[in-house]
Design a protein around this ligand. Structure first.
Ligand SMILES: C[S@@+](CC[C@H](N)C(=O)[O-])C[C@H]1O[C@@H](n2cnc3c(N)ncnc32)[C@H](O)[C@@H]1O
Length: 211
């Protein structure tokens, strides 16, 4: 998996000074280096531009790396709503999205994402693209909210679904969230309202289309 990812990143992604700077800032702020991979980020951009999605909901902002990739997909005509537990992370992400030229198109809701999702449902907000990349224990809860907030044909993408390969390989040391991911993958694969596939890049992305 590591070798394939190195190959994908080296052949299919270009030098990106802005995203490189985001990674440096994340480290300088003492935040964990757990942004999506360069290839996964590029795929997010492409999925949004290919689908024409304009109203994107992200769960888990960190320093704004994936946020920039998502916003690049809709360009000047879209909005990103991002849910983030930590005020400090949301502040850095907002600064980075502003540097990328999307400051007027992004809004952050801080606190536990489940609470923000409940509020978004109360406000009858809908979205045409979702990116789930926060606490793994809640992935299924997040999925249920995404289906509820989705416009027909919306895409729901979730990261880390291979859990470092541990969902498929019994010899790979399991992660704390391996079992959650195994169950999540079964759920998206068999969900009556979703058509889903897993793309094994980065740490694995599921892509689901809401029927
Ligand atoms: C893997 S990082 C997100 C990386 C980001 N999507 C990227 O690729 O640039 C996970 C983020 O989810 C946030 N998080 C963790 N638990 C959360 C919760 N219950 N509600 C909202 N955000 C949460 C963490 O603070 C962290 O910033």
């Amino acid at each position: 998996m590591k070798q394939i990812n190195q190959y994908l990143d080296s052949v299919f992604t270009e030098q990106d000074d802005l995203l490189e700077e985001v990674l440096v800032l994340i480290e300088e702020h003492g935040m964990p280096s757990i942004s999506v991979s360069a290839s996964s980020g590029k795929l997010l951009t492409m999925l949004i531009s290919m689908s024409g999605a304009k109203h994107v909901l992200e769960i888990g902002a960190l320093g704004g790396y994936s946020g920039i990739c998502l916003a690049r997909g809709f360009g000047s005509e879209g909005t990103l709503t991002s849910l983030e537990l930590e005020e400090k992370h949301a502040d850095l992400a907002y600064g980075n999205l502003t540097k990328a030229g999307f400051g007027d198109q992004v809004s952050y809701r801080t606190g536990p994402a489940l609470e923000s999702l409940e509020k978004l449902a109360d406000e009858k907000k809908t979205f045409d693209f979702f990116f789930i990349d926060a606490d793994k224990d809640n992935y299924e809860n997040y999925l249920n909210y995404c289906v509820k907030l989705a416009e027909p044909g919306a895409l729901i993408v979730a990261d880390n679904v291979l859990a470092g390969g541990s969902v498929i390989d019994s010899e790979t040391k399991p992660k704390r969230y391996t079992d959650f991911m195994k169950k999540f993958n079964q759920t998206v694969a068999n969900h009556p309202q979703l058509q889903s596939m897993l793309i094994p890049i980065g740490d694995g992305l599921t892509v689901s289309r809401v029927k």
